[in-house]
Ligand binder design. Structure first.
Ligand SMILES: CC(C)(COP(=O)(O)OP(=O)(O)OC[C@H]1O[C@@H](n2cnc3c(N)ncnc32)[C@H](O)[C@@H]1OP(=O)(O)O)[C@@H](O)C(=O)NCCC(=O)NCCS
Length: 157
């Protein structure tokens, strides 16, 4: 296996997102796709992981610029081999290299609760209570500082 990460278009990621995130539904095209930065991880010529970020304030601070992560997906065949971590690292690097935002810069997402340990390992904290999206299942808001790993991983705040 030879993994490489690079910027891709939203369209490049649609088949993988459709398979992994939307069970084949055409809704794998997300609102905001057009102004997001999309990262793909390839094993040879096959796209096996993806994720994107765009500027979108966190729900608890609607007037403060923040980065939102969406569309994290790893092909079933490639889970648990570091693909998702490569995507997250690439997205964090992109946040850090973008023009600076004021104050503490936050990266957040509406995480599916089965993915919570994955995000916690990357320094994300949960915030608030989980909720159930009737079509997708349970979610919880997770966040971390772009500047460094937030202390106290795993606690609710
Ligand atoms: C969440 C998701 C993107 C993670 O992708 P992934 O490629 O499996 O992530 P990684 O391989 O980097 O890490 C996953 C686990 O594998 C382990 N791992 C990482 N590299 C490894 C390696 N080389 N060998 C063995 N295990 C490894 C990690 O410890 C990690 O464990 P944890 O999640 O329990 O902390 C993937 O599971 C997925 O697509 N899930 C379905 C869609 C989804 O829920 N997306 C998130 C929406 S919020």
């Amino acid at each position: 296996m030879s993994l490489t990460a690079r910027e891709v278009s939203a369209a490049d990621t649609v088949p993988l997102r459709r398979d992994i995130l939307r069970a084949g539904s055409p809704l794998a095209v997300f609102p905001g796709d057009h102004d997001a930065f999309h990262l793909g991880v390839y094993d040879g010529l096959a796209l096996v992981g993806c994720g994107n970020i765009r500027l979108d304030p966190a729900p608890w601070a609607p007037d403060v610029p923040a980065w939102r992560i969406r569309g994290m997906a790893t092909a079933t065949s490639h889970r648990g081999q570091g693909v998702g971590t490569l995507v997250l690292e690439g997205l964090l690097a992109r946040c850090r290299s973008a023009p600076p935002l004021p104050g503490e810069v936050v990266l957040w997402c509406n995480a599916r609760t089965p993915a919570q340990p994955f995000y916690e390992r990357a320094g994300f904290l949960t915030r608030g209570q989980s909720w159930v999206d009737p079509e997708i299942g349970p979610h919880i808001v997770m966040w971390r500082s772009v500047g460094g790993v937030t202390t106290g991983a795993g606690t609710h705040c």
